[in-house]
Design a protein around this ligand. Sequence first.
Ligand SMILES: NC(=O)c1ccc[n+]([C@@H]2O[C@H](COP(=O)([O-])OP(=O)(O)OC[C@H]3O[C@@H](n4cnc5c(N)ncnc54)[C@H](OP(=O)(O)O)[C@@H]3O)[C@@H](O)[C@H]2O)c1
Length: 319
Amino acid sequence: MIRWGIIGFGRIAHKFAGSIENLPDGMIYAVATCSGGQDDPYLKVHPEVVVYKDYESLLNDSKIDAVYLALPHKFHKEWAIKTLEKKKAILCEKPAVLNSEDMKEIKAVALKEKTCFLEALKTKLNDGMDHLIKDLPLIGKVENIEANFCSNGLALKGTNSFLFDKEQGGALNDVGPYLLGFVLDLLKDEVVDLTSTLKIVDDIDEHFHAALTFKQGTKAIIEGAIDEAKERYALIIGDKGKIIVPMFNRIIDYKIELNDGTTLERRYPLAGDDMTKEIAELQHCLTHHLNESPRHTMDDTIEIIELMEKIRNNKLTVV
Ligand SMILES: NC(=O)c1ccc[n+]([C@@H]2O[C@H](COP(=O)([O-])OP(=O)(O)OC[C@H]3O[C@@H](n4cnc5c(N)ncnc54)[C@H](OP(=O)(O)O)[C@@H]3O)[C@@H](O)[C@H]2O)c1
């Protein structure tokens, strides 16, 4: 049984605590929360869970095998490194960190400590995604991909939400890893050109578009937003047909339409929920003594962050 400790018991951490119940070989052993405590509905019905009032004490608990890091982005680097130095495996929420140099530091520590680091990229760690990759050759040479991840978080402006914090906020940090992780995982090709447009309001990128050109000629257009909700989908067009993927961030179904008129409908219900597979992946790495997941390596995380940096820098800003 793998004993997990959660650092930061906010929204996504509560979801994690529910998701792990789908797995027979993992359990929540402890939670470290500065603001929460015994009034918390989850902790009330789980009195067996050890509650620490500070994060350091959780890391000092030798019974904990793996840590789920669910703090706002700007705290990920510090607590990821502290976790790895305690030789505990870590599933770290996305975006892993705020710049690629920090991620390279984390990678060096993980390798030195012979401990596992995995960015919690739900979009890739999903059975539907594995099937989509296998189906991709059906549409021939991929010419274009369009994908969006747009939601409206404007009601959080003026609150202490990380989404509108100048140090760490913005659409790119929030959904860039999902969009780029999806496209890179499908194409496994190098980006040779990139242009982008960012709508910046009060120093926060609330909306972005990026056009990426890959070495083999494929073009991908990605759009992310925290100021406007849109129907989420990905459209993949090849020279022999197209694939329409609703909710590409947690693929349950997709439709393949071939140019010869054939239509194929695929459906892959989630085993558990959309977080279960990423938890299982970290547990697999831990039990097999891997530094990283072959499915989402630390270099994959670095590549995503480097592209996010290029999207920020190669931008045309509209206000
Ligand atoms: N919400 C989602 O659907 C979602 C999905 C995927 C990924 N993520 C990622 O998960 C991370 C956390 O997101 P969340 O939505 O769970 O955030 P959240 O609800 O605000 O929770 C973050 C937790 O971090 C702790 N914290 C420590 N210092 C803080 C500070 N200065 N300000 C705010 N919180 C602080 C708090 O936990 P304690 O008081 O318990 O210590 C807080 O509950 C982010 O990096 C986000 O991108 C979130």
